[in-house]
Every structure is written in C-alpha cells, then in structure tokens.
Design a protein around this ligand. Structure first.
Ligand code: BGC
Length: 747
C-alpha cells in the first residue's frame, strides 16, 4: 500500500515537470518530460544519497568537501558566503559526473540586508500585502547574492511568550498565520520559482514546535489529534496550498514521537493525504538527535526512521550519507523511499531553474535599494501597536523639547531583532537618529540613555536621565529587549522588563513630566505596572532597519498607528497560556471576580466563585488578541447578514458599517469572529475568520462585507475528518477579540 502511494507521488512529481534546457546534467534533456526520472536512472546509489546530504560551509572550503562535491556526494549547502558560491558550484558543475548543481540555502527570515520587522511584528500589521512585499524584497536581495532557498516562513502557532521563537512566529491564531504565511510564501517564490529573484520557501517547523512545554525551546509537546488538526496544522495546510516548495520537520517530540521520525504526520498526512509534492528537510542535526530523544538506538536506526517517516534532506547530521548505503544493502525495498526523496530534490532544483542557471548572478545594487527601505519603513509603521493613549500622542505642536531616554532609543543592532545574519547595524536608523533628523517641525532633542543596554544593572546613568527629563516638555522612554533575548534557544521564565528598566520608568514618572513609553521587544512583555505609570504606550516587535523613522512619524502624527496584537498579552507569566481562542470550561469565570483580599481569614473551604480563574490575576489578559488603538475613533454599526445561502451555494455574507468619528485619518483592522456554539467536540469560544484593513478620513463611513463559506465553519472532529455540523453559530465583528457587535445564525 505504502509503495503504491509512493509511486503515485513520484508520478505526480514527474508529470508536473516543466521542460528546461538542462545544460549540464543532461545536455539533451530540453523538452523531455522525463528529465528528473531519467537523471535518477543514471545515478549511482552514492550519488542519490549525495542529493539528500546538506552541509554547512563557513569560510574557505576544505579538500575533503571538495572531494565530496566532485564525487556527487553533496546536494545542498547552507550558510555558504556569497564570495565562495561560484567557485564551489563549479566543482559540481564541471567536475562531478552528472553535473547536478548544488542548491544554496540560508535563513532569510525577515529580510536579507534590508531588515523588516520580525515576523511577529509583521503579523501585527494584519496586512498580507506588506508581508508579501517584505518577503519579495528579502528574496530579491538574497537572490542577488546567490541564495535560492530560505528556511522561512516559520508557521508555528505560539501562545507562549516565554518561548524565544515566538518572535519568529505569526502569533497565536491559525487563520492569521495561514493568511500571512501564504503571503510570505508567495513573496519568496514569486510567480514561478524559475524567475529571477524567486527563492524557494520552507514552511517550518512541521509541526507543533511552538507548544513547547513551559515555553522552553526544543521541549516536548503534547498536542492531541483534534487540536493538532484544527490549530497547529492549519497554517501548514495553507502553506501547501500556497505552493511552498519545501517543509522542515520540527525538533520537538509530540506525544513521544520526534517529528523527524513521525511517519504518521510527515508521510501519511503531509506527503500522502495532502499530496505535498516538494522536499521535506530535517532541522539542523535533528536526525541524530533522535538518539538523545530516546527514539533511536544509534545513527543507523535514526537514518532509517527518518527515511521511513519522509525526511528527504538531512540537514547537517550526516546520518544519511553515512548510513543509507548499508541500510539499503540490507533491505532493498528502501530504494523506493530513497528514489522518492531524490526525485523531490531534483525536481526542486529543476523548478528553480538551477540546471540552466547554476551560478550566482550578483547584483549588489539591489541591496538596501531605496524602494526596499521605503517598504521596510511602511511595514514598521503598520507593525506598531498603540496600547494606551491619554491624549499625549501625537505629540502636541507646543512640545518642542523632547527628552529621549532609555536603552532602546539608539540601539541599532537590537532593534533589528533575532535571526539577522546579513543585515548591518550601521544601516539601521534608530529612533534617536530619526528624531534628530526629523524635518517636519523644529524639535530640540535631549538624549540621555539612563541605561546603556536593556540588561544594564548600573544605576550610574539614572540621575542624568531624570535631570534630562526635568528639562523637557515630554519624555519619550525607549525600553524593551535586546535582540539576543528572543529567538532560537532564548526562552525566558520571567517576562518583566530586564535590568533596571522598571526602576528607570519609576524614576522618570516621578518627575511628573508627560511620559510616553516606546517598547521594542521580541515578544509580549509583562509591563502592566509600567503602563500604569505612563500616559501613552507604543509597542513594537523589533521593527528592523527602518524602525526609527517609523516611530518618529507615528509619534509626530505623520502616521496614525494601526497595528493590532497578533498574540494576547499576559498580565503575569503565570497566566500563560492565555489565548483568546480557548474552549469554554463548564464553569467559565463571571464578569466580576472576587478579590484575593476579600477572602476572610481562616475561611472554610468553599469552591470560591465556582469558576475558572486565578485568585490573584483573574483570567483576562492585559490586552486581548487583535487589540490596538488609533489616534482616531471608529464606530461600528448595522451588523447584519446580507445573504445566507449556506445550504445552496454554501456561502453566507455579513455587512457592517464602519465610521471614523475622530479627527484623524486612520486605518482600522475590522475583525470577524465565529463560534460554533454546540458541536460533537467542544469548539473555541471564538475564532478569527476574516479581517480587513479599512482606511477612513474623519467623518467618512464605509460598509465592510465579509463572506464565509461552509469550509470556514467546518472543523476536524474526533474522526479527524473536516465537517460542518448543524446548529447555532455566533458571530462578532469588532475592533479586537474581546468585544464586538454580535449576531447569530443557524446552519
Ligand atoms: C533552526 C531552523 C533553521 C536551521 C538552520 C535550526 O536550528 O531550528 O529554524 O532553519 O537551524 O539554520
């Protein structure tokens, strides 16, 4: 049965063949629709295994590696510097028997040179257009330095801000992650992978990695099948539909099975059920790590389990290159699996046009192109979320003397965020520089960092910072996290501001000067106390190269903030996970909660309140998913169902009127949520189903229409088959996940 489905996939892979004039591997293969199969037939076992071997090359290339490439024993390379690319490619192109080109990959996550906001910040834009453009620009710059494969987007649903890689995620919501993840894939891959400036995307990490126990990176996950199918797999399903050329298996074990060896999820679900035709790559050394997981006795068994599960390329463990030959000698039936894997790799190279154009066409003029910087600035502007504003922002014209304080005011490296290998800090424009260079009006900038960096434990700058604040009309206090505090292997147990930043806020607030906090971090931080001490708070996830101009333009009112939180903000770490799309308990918490301090001493045991909440921190987050203020106000009205054809055409449409009732032009992200009230498995209290960015001038009104199809109202039940069930649905439209106009309808 398994052999049959593998053959089926092989035939799909080859029938999708786009003829190319293969100049090296098969000079006469142009127009031959069996190109990849024919090439496979010419390959020795060693050469086949070579295509599945990926290695990292840093610096100059050694003799051993040269020999391996000449022998056709290397298929792809990660992290090679552009200056070595052509020279190394020549070894494959001119000196190997079949002249199969090498594929160069790199982690181009949120920009190559021009750095966009970290993915969590991009998610806060709720704007697939700018996310697509960001990936296109990253692809253009990376391609122009010879990179043809990126290990992005990361589609791991993340509800736990302790996990450092939340920075790299698109947040807690499966629908938002699906829409934006697909946009990134489209941006990286362009119309065709063979086009100039297209690079192959990699949907990672398949799957569940973001649910790491306790938020500790690499940790086990325990995601039951219904949740896995409805939530964690959703963005990957969308990535497959968007045509992602590759997927990466994740490091974690779910319910005891490391994903690198998970035949059910990789082979049965991804490759067979979803008919994913592309390449599955392991994560770094992950095949070997199945030994430490306690899932394989040795490297031989690890290689076998990975091949059986469906890992095509072995990133950096060398298990395939060392073990597959003997495994196949002992069991020739494995050859079918090997051939399937090799074909997938050849096919990706062919789709990328590598057989025709294997060399790096460097074009340095595209790096940091003016249009790239402009888009990065727009993305940063849209990514900032206004959390609080007691009429301090935009800065009033009479406030000319601005105190710029705090460790993130002029931190060119740290505002770039995690996973930046190529962006350079001397190209970053910090808020301090942007405010100093601001030409829109006359400003006097008094700069005093107070703390040198976010973890600074020295009090020596605090006094000067306070004195500077006293001389100003208003204080702009820049706080957050250095980029190294989030990202891979950088989890935190405590989400309060690090170093003496809280003390700095307290000292400055004592001056009584109007105080604006601007936060730049890789994750939600627990800053309830600091928010209370400030008059306005602007929150950004590391905003990248152009973060400074974006902030200056927002503070000074050239841009009206429109970002919305892609993840719920906890009040306290102990509330995690605190996500909006949870299931109801049988005892949901009431609006008004009893207070910890109202409980009498030596009270008799009662099931106090009888509901689900914390005595000290209640159950609500500090800010809900989808939250974000504007300088203007929006009013929602007339929410209605305009068409209900769920039983005929399978569609239902809603409309709502949105009016700008404030004084500024602004953009609102209108959000539509749905609840399936009763079902065969309990469904979340609310799920985002649609959103739209709507820009309105003061006084302007617009009707916004959303159409859902039955698929949007369906879910995976116990049998893991997607179905819509009869019954009542509730729907809300509004400004965030905690409020909105409500309607009901039946299916
Ligand atoms: C990460 C991947 C990344 C790979 C290559 C791993 O440690 O988990 O996301 O693509 O390294 O750099």
């Amino acid at each position: 049965m398994r052999t049959l489905s593998i053959l089926l996939v092989i035939s799909i892979i080859c029938s999708e063949f786009i003829p190319v004039s293969g100049s090296q591997a098969n000079a006469n293969s142009s127009g031959n629709s069996d190109f990849c199969l024919q090439l496979l037939q010419q390959m020795t076992l060693e050469e086949k295994i070579g295509q599945l071997h990926q290695l990292s090359l840093r610096g100059d290339i050694g003799e051993e590696t040269k020999k391996a490439i000449r022998a056709g024993k290397v298929g792809s390379v990660i992290n090679i510097e552009p200056r070595y690319m052509n020279q190394v490619q020549e070894l494959a192109e001119k000196e190997s028997r079949l002249k199969i080109p090498l594929l160069y990959g790199r982690d181009v996550i949120h920009g190559y040179k021009t750095i966009f906001p970290i993915p969590l910040g991009q998610a806060a834009t709720f704007n697939p257009g700018i996310v697509r453009e960001g990936a296109r620009i990253a692809a253009t710059e990376a391609y122009s330095e010879g990179i043809r494969w990126t290990f992005a987007p990361m589609l791991d649903i993340s509800k736990d801000a302790r996990w450092g890689r939340i920075a790299e995620s698109l947040g807690e919501d499966p629908y938002l992650s699906s829409v934006l993840g697909a946009a990134m894939i489209e941006g990286f891959q362009g119309k065709s992978l063979a086009d100039k400036y297209s690079i192959a995307a990699c949907a990672k990490h398949f799957v569940g990695y973001g649910a790491a126990e306790g938020g500790r990176d690499y940790n086990s996950t325990n995601i039951p099948p219904v949740l896995m199918h409805n939530v964690y797999l959703a963005p990957f399903r969308a990535a497959n539909q968007a045509g992602a050329a590759s997927f990466m298996a994740s490091f974690n074990d779910n319910d005891g099975i490391p994903l690198t060896g998970d035949t059910e999820l990789l082979r049965n679900v991804l490759k067979n059920k979803w008919q994913f035709p592309g390449v599955v790559v392991s994560d770094w050394n992950a095949i070997n790590e199945m030994i430490k997981h306690g899932f394989a006795t040795n490297r031989t068994e690890a290689a076998l389990k990975a091949l059986q599960a469906g890992i095509d390329i072995d990133m950096m463990s060398s298990a395939y290159t060392n073990e597959l030959q003997q495994l196949i000698a002992a069991d020739s039936s494995l050859m079918t699996l090997l051939d399937d894997a090799v074909l997938r790799v050849l096919r990706m190279k062919q789709q990328l046009g590598l057989f025709e154009k294997p060399y790096n066409e460097a074009n340095p003029s595209l790096l940091y192109a003016a249009s790239h910087l402009e888009s990065a600035r727009q993305a940063a502007e849209e990514s900032f979320v206004l959390l609080k504003n007691n009429n301090l922002l935009p800065l009033k014209p009479e406030w000319n003397t601005l105190a710029v304080i705090g460790p993130m005011a002029d931190a060119p490296h740290d505002q770039l965020g995690t996973w930046v290998f190529d962006g350079e800090k001397d190209k970053t424009i910090t808020p301090l520089r942007a405010l100093r260079e601001y030409t829109g009006r006359k400003l006097r900038i008094l700069y005093e960092p107070g703390l040198e960096y976010t973890r600074d434990l020295s009090r020596k700058g605090l006094k000067k910072a306070v004195e500077t604040a006293q001389k100003s009309d208003i204080v702009l206090l820049f706080l957050g996290e250095e980029s190294i505090l989030s990202g891979e292997a950088h989890s935190m147990a405590d989400l309060n501001l690090v170093g003496l930043q809280s003390e700095l806020v307290a000292e400055i607030s004592k001056t009584g000067k109007p105080l604006v906090l601007v936060v730049m971090a890789g994750r939600p931080l627990t800053i309830e106390k600091e928010i209370e001490q400030a008059g306005a708070v602007l929150y950004g996830f590391h905003p990248g190269t152009m973060g400074g101009p974006a902030i200056a333009r927002i503070l000074l009112g050239d841009v009206n903030p429109s970002g919305k939180l892609p993840v719920s903000f906890p009040r306290h770490t102990g509330q995690i996970p605190v996500h909006y799309n949870h299931n109801n308990t049988g005892r949901p918490a009431p609006e008004k909660l009893p207070s910890l301090y109202e409980i009498p001493r030596e009270a008799k045991q009662t099931s106090l309140g009888n509901t689900s909440f914390y005595l000290d921190y209640g159950f609500r987050p500090l800010f809900p998913f989808g939250y974000g203020l504007s300088y203007t106000r929006f009013e929602y009205s007339d929410f209605k169902i305009t068409r209900n054809e769920l039983h005929s055409s399978g569609e239902i449409s809603f409309s709502v009127k949105l009016r700008n009732t404030g004084n500024y032009t602004g953009t609102e992200v209108v959000q539509l949520y749905v609840q399936d009230v009763v079902a065969s498995v309990a469904r979340p209290v609310k799920e985002l189903k649609r959103f739209e960015r709507v820009q309105l001038k003061p006084g302007e009104q617009k009707e916004v229409v959303f159409t859902l199809i039955t698929d949007d109202l369906s879910f995976y039940g116990r049998d893991l088959v997607k179905t819509i069930e009869k019954g009542l649905f509730r729907t809300w439209v509004g400004t965030d996940s905690s409020q909105g106009l409500q309607l009901e309808f039946k299916y």
